[in-house]
Every structure is written in C-alpha cells, then in structure tokens.
Design a binder for this molecule. Structure first.
Ligand SMILES: [Fe+2]
Length: 304
C-alpha cells in the first residue's frame, strides 16, 4: 500500500473541496471536474474495467441498457452534466452532486422530486475493493443506470412518497414523544426497505435464476458474484413483513437477500409500505440496525 499523500484532489474522505463545502453547510455542490487527479481517473478506469464482465454476467438487463443509454465513459470519471443530458429526457431523474450525508427526510424527498443525491469523490486507487462510504463509482455506475428505466424510476419515486406520507402524518401529532418514538420505527422500516431493494435487491431473471439490480451489489466486484452464485447466501422472495423487521450490517457480504419479480412488483411493495405507515403497521418494528439519529428524526418533523 502506498502512502496517502496530501493532495487537493477528489479522493474519498480526504478531499479539501468537500471538507470546505461541508464547513459552509452546503448540501448541493458543483462538480469541480478539474480537481480529479490522474490517480482519481485511474481509480475510475480500473473499477470500471474489472466490473464490466461481471455486469454482463450478473446485472439486471435494465441496468445494462442503462449503461448504454447514459454513454458512460469507461476511461474517465463521468461529468454529471453529461449524464443528466441523457438521463433527464428518459425518466425526469437527474444526478445532483452533494457534499456528503443528507438527513433521512431530505434524502427521500430528493427521490420524490427525481433528484438523486450523488457523491462526487472517488475511492483511492489502492482501496478499490472496499470502502464504507459511497463514492462516484457506487453512485454513478451503481445507482444512476437504473434510473433510466421507467418502471424502476416510478418505484423509486414511490419510496420517496413513503417519506412524505410519514412526515405529513406525524406533523399532525400533538404528543411529540409518541411522534418521535413512532417515527424512529417508520424511518427504520423505510431504511430497511431501501437497503433490501435499491441497495441489495435481486430480481427474477426471465431465463431462470436471479440477476442483480441493487447498487451496493452492482458496484462491488466481489459481492456481485457472491450474491448470485454463493450457496452461503439465503435468497427469498420479497416479503414486506420480513424486510421491515430485518436488521442489517454494512461491513460484510450480506447473508440474506430478497428477490422481486419485477419493478412493477417493487412499486406495489413501496405503495404497500406507504399504506402501512398510514395504518400504524410499521410504528413499532423490530429494533436494531440501522440506527436513526436525531437529525434524521428532526428532518421528518420539520418537513411539513
Ligand atoms: Fe447507495
């Protein structure tokens, strides 16, 4: 491993541009393309090059179409403006550069408005395999190609609607302690739904077996194959009761994944979750990961 050198580029966790933006409290930021160093560009090239054959083997066909439709350049970190020129006419979605963490409500509300908060930094070329933070490879070549598909896009917007429904419901509560307690559970349920679908979802393949549509898998060289091929992974038909009560851990390959039939199916499940928010069915889900922080709770209470 080579030494981490202090530079002014856009390497994950050590980009001065990002730290300055956070310091100013900026949520949406420009993409200062000139700051990508040769090392950043090399990381992109290597990540893309080694993923391509795996996508061809394991990725959902709508993802493969998406890569084509966005004309993503395998050789250079993409410019979000270029991506959006192709993306927006297809589904109305656009990738918007952000400085980092966004409170839960703001994040889901972006989806509702067809804006995808997108990280612009890239992992260091020495740590291609694993990093806990999202980077532009995860966001642009894991998430964004899926946003070219109309049915997927509608499902994603519906997930954003779940957050809106929750915010509207709890805005009307006079008992603030109860609102906080129940919102904690609702946000947990929503985060688990997002995790087991948008991040780690599998879909039935017309020719048998399953293919990957979850971005956490699509951007992981090791886990994409493991998720489909390994006998160590439990793969079950998507079941909402289970998903909203299932905790997850982020620092290892997922032992349990859920399979949807189609993006129409996914849309229907997101709508069911929205109805469950209204009927109190997810107001007291099983405890455990993910933890909901005070800022996430406040973002919902202050939304309406
Ligand atoms: Fe993600």
């Amino acid at each position: 491993m080579s030494q981490a050198v202090a530079t002014n580029d856009l390497t994950t966790t050590r980009a001065p541009f990002i730290e300055d933006s956070k310091g100013r409290g900026d949520m949406f930021i420009p993409q200062p393309y000139e700051l990508y160093s040769d090392r950043n560009q090399e990381a992109w090239r290597r990540l893309y090059e080694r993923m391509l054959p795996r996508w061809e083997k394991y990725a959902n066909e709508h993802f493969l179409e998406g890569i084509e439709r966005l004309a993503i350049d395998p050789k250079q970190v993409p410019r979000l403006d270029d991506i959006n020129r192709f993306l927006k006419p297809l589904t109305g979605f656009e990738a918007k550069a952000v400085a980092g963490y966004i409170p839960a409500y703001r994040f889901f509300d972006c989806l509702r408005r067809r804006e995808f908060p997108t990280t612009i930094t890239i992992r260091d070329v020495d740590t291609l395999d694993y990093l806990p933070e999202p980077d532009i490879f995860h966001d642009v070549s894991g998430h964004v190609p899926m946003h070219t598909d109309k049915d997927f896009a509608e499902a994603l917007v519906r997930i954003g609607d779940v957050a809106r429904t929750a915010a509207e419901k709890y805005a009307g509560f006079s008992d603030r302690d109860r609102a906080l307690r129940e919102l904690d559970s609702v946000i947990k349920a929503l985060a688990r739904f997002f995790w087991f679908t948008i991040e780690f979802g599998l879909m039935k393949h017309p020719q048998g077996g399953v293919r990957v549509y979850g971005s956490g898998l699509l951007s992981s060289f090791g886990e994409i194959a493991h998720s489909v091929d390994s006998p160590d992974v439990q793969r079950y038909p998507f079941q909402l009761e289970w998903v909203v009560n299932q905790y997850f851990e982020i620092h290892h390959y997922q032992p349990l994944l859920f399979v949807v039939d189609s993006f129409d199916h996914l849309y229907g499940e997101a709508e069911r979750l929205r109805q469950w928010v209204m009927s109190d069915k997810v107001a007291n889900v099983s405890p455990g990961e993910p933890l909901v922080n005070a800022e996430d709770l406040r973002s919902f209470l202050d939304a309406v």
